[in-house]
Design a protein around this ligand. Structure first.
Ligand code: B12
Ligand code: SF4
Ligand code: SF4
Length: 268
């Protein structure tokens, strides 16, 4: 990336790196958005977006931290699109496509390859400054940018605390048991089993699950410097009587959140 391009990215992203598209092209995730990947994609500009407030803000929370801020898909896409618009001015003949979450790119792996942190046994990217409290977004481009980190990604301290404290026993197996993960259960539209309801009740969390991050010692010194968009829209509790159209759970409809709030005895 030339100096001008770097300046653009530094001004929009709190932290970013680059990985070769070829490094992930063999392990793309099945996703409708895959059709948007530019033909002859060469590089991926991966960015991380910190979202965690200081710990005291979560004393009375009934949400996982990613769900206590405005919908990150929207917030991150605005920043990614701003970067693309500015990059197009200096690289008018290149193609760019933005993705976050709803992405064929295995984002955790791509971010680790881009030198943005290590791979946790909890499946998450742990950034050296913000810990795992970051969301990930990326720009896939035909622009050839030399990747920052050509080495294989590094792993976390492997202390096992996330595995031992996972309430759903989803971690530490050969394959992550995503359907048993509490985060998945809270987001499921299906009728829950009594066991799944008990899982939600015990955790007291109406959307998502942060247990494997809260116990992680590599998050102990994580710096809390959330995006300003996240900070201004922060709400530590779910309340269905408010306008929730900018919340991450809105796409699932009020029924799912209503069910979860009933289970944990929160405000519907
Ligand atoms: C589906 C999904 C979920 C599902 C399933 C999760 C899962 N791990 O499978 C559910 C609903 C459970 C979930 C929960 C959460 N999620 Co989620 N989720 C995703 C999503 C959309 C896809 C993940 C996926 O399917 N991975 C498939 C597996 C197989 O991929 P993988 O483990 O990375 O492995 C691939 C690569 O790493 C690669 N690979 C690995 N090693 C190697 C080695 C070599 C040599 C090669 C070639 C390839 C390779 O190959 C694998 C197969 O493709 C991603 C966004 C994305 N597009 O990546 C977000 C994402 C992973 N989730 C995210 C978050 C924040 C969460 C939660 C913390 C939310 C919460 N608080 O409740 C929890 C955490 C649960 C946990 N401990 O994993 C963030 C993670 C941010 C971070 N710091 O890492 C992401 C990146 C979304 C985002 N844009 O920020 N999630
Ligand atoms: S999010 Fe919760 S249920 Fe899912 S793996 Fe982490 S600790 Fe286990
Ligand atoms: S809790 Fe331990 S094993 Fe799990 S991600 Fe953190 S450092 Fe790795």
């Amino acid at each position: 990336m030339n100096v001008e391009g770097k300046k653009i990215l530094d001004g929009i992203f709190p932290a970013w790196g680059v990985c070769d598209f070829a490094a992930v092209s063999d392990c793309l995730l099945p996703c409708k958005a895959a059709k948007d990947i530019p033909r002859h994609a060469a590089s991926i500009i991966v960015a991380v977006f910190p979202y965690s407030m200081p710990d005291e803000k979560y004393k009375n929370t009934d949400l996982a931290r990613f769900a206590a801020v405005p919908d990150y898909h929207h917030v991150i896409n605005i920043r990614l699109e701003k970067a693309v618009n500015e990059l197009k001015n200096i690289f008018p003949h290149e193609d760019f496509a933005c993705f976050t979450d709803n992405s064929p790119v295995p984002e955790v792996y791509a971010a680790a390859l881009a030198g943005l942190g290590v791979l946790g046994l909890n499946n998450l990217l742990i950034h050296p400054v913000y810990g795992s409290w970051v969301l990930i977004g990326e720009i896939v481009t035909t622009l050839k940018i030399s990747a920052d980190c050509k080495a294989k990604p590094l792993y976390c301290d492997l202390c096992g605390l996330c595995v031992n404290n996972c309430p759903a026993d989803a971690l530490g197996k050969a394959v992550f048991e995503k359907n048993t993960c509490l985060s998945h259960v809270t987001q499921s539209k299906k009728t829950l089993s009594p066991e799944q309801e008990r899982l939600i009740e015990r955790a007291g969390c109406a959307w998502g699950c942060d247990i494997c991050q809260l116990v992680c010692p590599m998050n102990a010194g994580a710096v809390s410097r959330p995006l300003k968009e996240f900070e201004t829209g922060f709400r530590s509790r779910a309340d269905l009587s408010e306008d929730n159209s900018d919340r991450v759970w809105a796409w699932r409809g009020d029924e799912v959140m209503g069910r979860n709030l009933r289970i944990i005895g929160g405000k519907e």
